[in-house]
Design a protein around this ligand. Sequence first.
Ligand code: SAM
Ligand code: DTB
Ligand code: SF4
Length: 327
Amino acid sequence: MSISTSSPSRAEVAAIYRTPVLDLIFRAAEIHRQYHDPSHVQVCVLLSVKTGGCPEDCGYCPQAARYHTDVKAKPLMDVDDVLAAAKRAKDEGATRFCMGAAWREVRDNEHFDRILEMVRGVKDLELEACCTLGMLNPSQARRLKEAGLDAYNHNLDSSEEFYGEVISTRTYQDRLNTLQNVREAGISVCCGGIVGMGETEDDRIGLLHTLASMPEPPESVPINALVAVEGTPLAEQPKVAIWDMLRTIATARILMPQSMVRLSAGRVHMSETDQALCFLAGANSIFAGDKLLTTPNPGPDRDQLLFNQLGLKPKPLVVESSECDGH
Ligand code: SAM
Ligand code: DTB
Ligand code: SF4
């Protein structure tokens, strides 16, 4: 299995994805070891700084106002409360703090000013700062960069063809435009998708092909297993097969060898063995803490046991020095 050094064709991506699964994992594990220390897993913590009441219709999302879920809408949090949560995350070993808002897009108002203050505060704590706030225009992306934002999460979720079956209130092109604004502002791109929404193998291949064909691939690629939430249109989706997660993770690792591949939502429904296979297949980042945005996540005790069992360590933060000391 060889891939061209330039952007791979969709047929090449399909050939990788459809490799017999043990060979696929083996190849991904080899590549993982060439580019990363396989004992290191990046530990990120998520906080929903503005929960629920979202005007969008993403079929998987418990925060969309139009679906009747248990999520109660809450206003944008105060800066101090967010920074207290960031401090706790750091004390518990996280190196990246990701703030999520249930917005369609950012607006230039006092709420955005508050988000910029949160970003500055998270940076003062010497954590990587990440946000996921919906669509951004170029000037908003620049202001986030000036505040010190390291990364912006904006997922493509699936193939362009399947996207319209899950979301109607915005287009794939809207997502690509925001991703370009983030990239042009010099912010690191975090972009991935969800497995288990009823998409076909070809849709997963399409997503992976789009990600790997970007002018620069995303620095981080979250792979979420759908968390089927009661009240959403995807509530009745069966739990995704572990083989689909493994193929998606392994193909992402092979196509984007330098990126962080994050085993994101859905870990709460996975056994330790399943998660171990995901790390073997090239995942090297997780969300830690009891909660993702609104749904449960394995807590620190379970993750500590998992790390001990597998000999994994939290990846230390590499602090870039701003000047060269001349030696
Ligand atoms: N509103 C912003 C947006 O859509 O970009 C940011 C928050 S949104 C909750 C971030 C991402 O979480 C979505 O793009 C989706 O990929 C993921 N997500 C949301 N609900 C999910 C679920 N039930 N299961 C798995 N992933 C989910
Ligand atoms: C991502 O890809 N997964 C995270 C993060 N980026 C923002 C969100 C998962 C959300 C799962 C559903 C919830 O907890 O509300
Ligand atoms: Fe809103 Fe984001 Fe949820 Fe879509 S995924 S409904 S945009 S919070």
